[in-house]
Every structure is written in C-alpha cells, then in structure tokens.
Design a protein around this ligand. Structure first.
Ligand SMILES: NC(=O)c1ccc[n+]([C@@H]2O[C@H](COP(=O)([O-])OP(=O)(O)OC[C@H]3O[C@@H](n4cnc5c(N)ncnc54)[C@H](O)[C@@H]3O)[C@@H](O)[C@H]2O)c1
Length: 362
C-alpha cells in the first residue's frame, strides 16, 4: 500500500484529490499538512482520525516518510515542496501550474532526475473522456495532419479569490494565462502531438482590478478573496505560439471580460477533419454541410478507446490513477517533466512579450 501525504488542503484537495485517493485501491492517505488548522480538521474527517496532521510540510515528510507527496498549495510553493519531497525520496504529484518561473520548473526537473522518482504535474483535462476521444481521432489518422489550432478559456466574471494568492503575482505567477492557459494550451499541444514551441507573442490587460461587481461564475469561489488585497496580475491574455513543425496556436484567456458567456475550447485544423471541443461537446467538421457531434458523457465510451489512459470519466481521478500506475506498473507516462518545463517557458515568454512588445524566441 502506497503511503500518501497531501500538502495544502484547500478547494482542489478536498474535492477532486480526496475523492480520487479514496477510490484508488493501492494507495492510502496517511497525513495532511496545511497552515490553517481548520483545513486539517476537514482532512481528518475526510480520511481518518488516525492520519497525521501537520502545519509544516518538511516535518510531515521527515516524520511520515510517505511514498507519495500530493501538492495542492498555492502555485509559488509547488517547486520548493516538490524539490524537498523528491530529495527525501518521495514520488510527487503536483497541481498545475508546474511552477511560477522557468527557474523553479528547472529546479523540479533537476530534483526529479537526481532522485529517479516519478514527478508529474496535474493535467486533468488530458484525461477526460472527451479529450481521449479527440486524441483517438488524431492518432488514428482520421483528422489528417493537424497544422494549426486555437484554444481559450474566457470567463465573463470569474476572478478566483480576488485580493488573495490567485491575484498576487508573487504567489500565483500571473492571472488567467497561467491559471487557465496551462489547462487548454497543454491540451491543444498534447492533441497536436507535442510539437516543440519555438516562439511566442502576446498582450496582457488588467482592467478589472478596481471593478467591484460581484463575480457571477462559480469559479470565482476558488481561493480566498481578501478585501483590499493585492491585484497585480492580468485579467485578459491573448497570444500566439509557433512550433518547430510549422504549426501554430492562437490563445485567449480571461477571468473577466465583457462577452456573451463563459466558454472553454480547443479547436484543431486538420487536413482531413477539423475538431472542436467546446464546453464538453465535440464537433467534427469535414468542410461539407455535415457536422458530427458527440456529447461525450452520453455517446462516447472513452473506456473503449485505444489511447491507453482513459479508464474513468473524471479527469483528476484518471490523472492520479495514471500517476500511480507509472509508479507501480511502470507504464509509460503520458506527461513528462520536459513538457512541464516547456509549458512554463511558453507562459513566461508570453508575459515577457506583453512587457517588451516583441516576439520571444524560446
Ligand atoms: N486542476 C484544476 O482543475 C485546479 C483547479 C483549482 C485549483 N488548482 C490548483 O490547485 C492549487 C490550490 O488551489 P486551491 O483552489 O485549492 O487553493 P486554496 O487557496 O483553496 O487552497 C490552498 C491551500 O494551501 C494551504 N497552504 C498555503 N500555504 C501552505 C503551506 N506553506 N503549507 C501547507 N499548506 C499551505 C492554504 O491554507 C489552503 O488551504 C493551485 O496550484 C491551483 O492552481 C487546480
């Protein structure tokens, strides 16, 4: 039985991570750490009154000697906690984004390589049934050559924890580009066959720092809002990524925008088919009048696809199960730490381009 220790027991830990660990047969949560004692009470009632409870992650790792450390803290802590856990001999699963700077991401990669342990960052959107269906359409050749894409996650009103860590650049690394972009840019690149990004351009805007309108998106309940807190990140980012194989990706991410409604999407242009995954619905276009539409949960049984990882419909559970299978069964990881470093290079490059007004070569 693998011993699991969770660091950070906030929104994402008590939801998807807790339900995943409870279902995974060969792993058991033995300890949790949070700097807020009331969060530890939640962990105790979610798992068992016998689990170890800590306010200091180093003490937890030293005493419990877990096989796995699951990192669910604010972004700036991902890298230092991952490095510490790897150095102490634990495998690490870490929430997205990988890190808040390229330097921090490289430290994680170096610690992983020195330790020989498994380090994966959550990419739950890759593992959903819909994504696996799209991956199957691409890898089976049905869409032809994928030569360009567009992706985005545009919220109308959905700033997470305004004034708290999410909107404080030193703790989050940025706004919707790093928070939401990591999900959809990763999904687009994964579906495109992981081409290597070679250059980026982008613009960012911060127009809602002083807007006191009540957020109307359920996502705005993430994190902890703080009146008179810091808001020094963007609320809209637009950009363009070029890849080594000649393909490109147009991107758009917002926490707050004056648009019709919130939407998230990946659109791929292939020589045989165009694919669009928008708000849980897949459309397949062939240039004619017909559109093949698949409502994933009802029409597509991803468990029958040949992509090798979709065993369940929930992205987080499938992601964490895959991580455990990499450790225990030696299965080929679908996410590599190099892809994580490349992702942070793309995001940091877009922030740099927004500041300098120039294209950034990666
Ligand atoms: N994959 C997804 O879909 C998804 C969704 C939401 C959040 N996330 C990611 O999960 C992470 C946490 O986000 P959240 O929404 O749960 O935030 P949150 O603020 O609700 O939870 C973070 C928790 O970490 C604790 N914490 C802070 N510093 C700590 C420390 N030094 N040691 C131990 N605990 C500490 C906080 O007290 C809090 O309980 C972020 O990296 C975020 O990007 C991912």
């Amino acid at each position: 039985m693998l011993k699991v220790a969770i660091v950070g027991y906030g929104g994402i830990a008590k939801g998807p991570h807790t339900s995943a660990w409870k279902k995974i047969e060969n792993a058991k949560v033995v300890a949790a750490c949070d700097i807020r004692p009331e969060r530890l009470d939640l962990a105790k009632s979610a798992f068992s009154s016998n689990i170890g409870l800590y306010e200091d992650y180093k003490e937890m790792i030293d005493k419990e000697k877990p096989d796995i450390v699951d990192i669910c803290t604010p972004n700036y802590l991902h890298s230092p906690i991952a490095v510490y856990a790897l150095e102490k001999g634990a495998h690490v699963i870490c929430e997205k984004p990988d890190a808040i700077s390229v330097e921090d991401a490289l430290k994680m990669q170096a610690a992983k390589e020195a330790s020989g342990k498994v380090l994966m960052t959550i990419r739950n959107n890759r593992y959903s049934a819909g994504s696996q269906y799209l991956k199957h359409l691409v890898t089976s050749g049905q869409a032809g050559e994928i030569y360009s894409g567009r992706c985005g996650w545009i919220r109308k009103r959905g700033i997470p924890g305004k004034g708290g860590w999410f909107t404080t650049k030193a703790q989050s690394g940025g706004g919707p580009l790093i928070d939401l972009g990591v999900h959809m840019i990763d999904l687009a690149i994964y579906l495109m066959g992981n081409p290597k990004a070679v250059s980026v351009t982008g613009n960012t805007y911060s127009k809602f720092a002083d807007n006191t309108e009540k957020a109307d998106s359920s996502h705005a309940t993430f994190g902890q809002a703080k009146e008179d807190g810091i808001y020094d990140v963007e609320d809209l980012a637009m950009g363009f990524v070029k890849f080594d194989n000649g393909s490109c990706l147009q991107i758009e991410f917002s926490w707050a925008s004056n648009i019709k409604r919130e939407t998230r999407f990946v659109q791929l242009r292939g020589t045989k088919k165009g694919l669009e995954f928008r708000d849980g619905i897949i459309d397949v276009f062939d240039g004619g009048r017909n559109t093949k539409r698949a409502r994933i949960k009802h029409n597509v049984d991803a468990r029958k696809l040949d992509t090798g990882i979709a065993k369940v419909l929930n992205g987080h559970e499938a992601n964490i199960r895959h991580f455990v299978d990499v450790i225990t069964k030696g299965v080929e990881p679908v996410f590599t730490i190099e892809q994580g470093v490349d992702m942070i290079k793309i995001l940091s490059g877009i922030y740099e381009s927004a500041q300098t007004g120039k294209e950034v070569l990666l």
